[in-house]
Design a protein around this ligand. Sequence first.
Ligand code: DP6
Length: 401
Amino acid sequence: IMPEETTSRPHIVTCTAPVNIAVVKYWGKRDEDLILPISSSLSVTLHQDQLKTTTTVAISTSFKVDRMWLNGKEEDITHPRLQSCLREIRRLARKRRNDGEPDSTESTGLSHKVHICSVNNFPTAAGLASSAAGFACLVYSLAQAFGVEGDLSGIARQGSGSACRSMYGGFVQWIMGNRDDGKDSIAQQVEPESHWPELRILVLVASAKRKPIGSTSGMQTSVQTSVLLKHRAESVVPHRMDKMIKAVQKRDFAAFAEITMKDSNQFHATCLDTYPPIFYLNSVSQQIIHLVHRYNGHYRESRVAYSFDAGPNAVIFTLQQHVPEFVRVVQHFFPPDTNGEDFIKGLPVKGAAISEELKEAIGLEPTPNGINYIISTKAGPGPCIIEDSSQHLLSPDGFPK
Ligand code: DP6
């Protein structure tokens, strides 16, 4: 039994977690509640210096109910996916204690209520998938608070499928598994972020404001209506996963680029094959696709690759040496209102000149303000614990600061 003083004071932890971008896409579930996919997928974890979620969890006997605040606003904690994550972490903590693990302050708080506060360091308006980083961060922080260890990707998966891949850094595969209870549907690191230091990622934030149809309901309709999606899951993705893992292991950019683009295109083809069809790409996305192929064609080599998720933002993969020129090309064909400095955020990009020959080879009509800005980043690590208590998003009493 702990002294009253200690137990009534909230136990507080703060963690951060990354965004990830799939290069072999997840689309379609075989179980909606457990969030089990119809195929495996593979992603690159983005660096948290540019994009991250920060979450503080406080546990205390003095809290009456579980509560949660997201980007400054109180959210409904009864959301089923949130409840799944909370329940699973508490279940693991209980199991750990029953298994006779040494008792700690953390596991004493098993029956205690939690306060959760979470923020993103990027605007939600940017339309970047924040649910992956959000659920990864929630699960990682809860695990820290309750003293739970081991693979937590199976729990993050129950918050949002793609979140399981944000539990690791570098290059990560989500193995679909085949058990009905989902115990074998987990994420694994293929290679750490240090494996391919030259790889760079550019997020081209589109200017579109209209909110496209969400992934959850979109993929539901696809599973119900698209025979192409069934074919993809059964006959395309297994082979593509093997090829992609080999390309990553060998740092073979040409192979990596080809699979990345083909897989993004097939994902959007399954969206068009969905009935009624789903459109995530807009005219700017299509122009970027043309631009990339013409750029690569000009050099007779795959120097850049594109990938699009459930929205019009383009994610570009390339090698460090090609970043300055490619960014200039994007800036030329999508001239921004703002000056060049505001246009590029994140890792600094050196200036470069582009030849008339290259402009001609690409031959697009410039689209002013087609792209809002570019976030320049690279592969990064998985979730982290923040030791500095001044970074907590909840004050010592466990309420938002
Ligand atoms: C197109 O993980 O957001 O980004 O499991 O229903 O929460 P739920 O869906 P979500 O789907 C992501 C789909 C995607 C591709 C990917 O990230 O693999």
